[in-house]
Design a protein around this ligand. Structure first.
Ligand SMILES: [Zn+2]
Length: 166
């Protein structure tokens, strides 16, 4: 995903380098809405919008547990993350019909993780030519839709099925 030129993300990375607190743990403590940008909560993981998205509809699937390493994530959490990712694609298809998606995690700072202490999985909708669009805007954060609006759309479009409990 690094080939998408997105200078606003530097502000994000710098802001969250502070050793105190964790944005993903803090978001969970807040009431869901415009402030924390949480779309839905599952049993072991939740879905949140990226405040500094690569493209409109860029969401993240995050375990509730503060786990940094992929190999330390338990099987139940991994399974629910896949379930929520699939729901995310269903919702994004309904709203935006993107041409494709990038999905995955950056593990470790060298791999591009902005917050390495709490694992999170990106789901980024892609459109043909979005890279050109992004790089032509000269450092100004321009997205076709604001975050609050995207949050509402995603909440409406999110599938109603809940994760099958044990
Ligand atoms: Zn955390």
């Amino acid at each position: 995903m690094d080939h998408i030129w997105s200078p606003w993300r530097m502000k994000y990375i710098r802001r969250h380098k502070s050793p105190k607190g964790c944005v993903f743990c803090d978001a969970v403590k807040m009431e869901d809405g415009d402030k924390n940008l949480i779309i839905t909560r599952g049993e072991l993981a939740y879905v949140i919008m990226n405040r500094y998205p690569y493209t409109s509809g860029h969401i993240m699937i995050v375990p509730f547990k503060h786990v940094g390493k992929f190999e330390n994530m338990d099987q139940e959490t991994s399974a629910e993350i896949m379930f929520l990712t699939r729901q995310g694609i269903i919702a994004l298809e309904k709203i935006y019909q993107p041409d494709g998606y990038n999905m995955g995690a950056n593990l470790g700072a060298s791999a591009g993780a902005g917050i390495e202490s709490h694992i999170h999985f990106h789901l980024v909708p892609r459109w043909g030519g979005d890279t050109n669009f992004m790089s032509s805007i000269g450092g100004i954060r321009v997205l076709p839709e604001d975050l609050t609006e995207t949050l509402e759309h995603l909440k409406d479009a999110w599938p109603k099925e809940t994760y099958p409990s044990k």
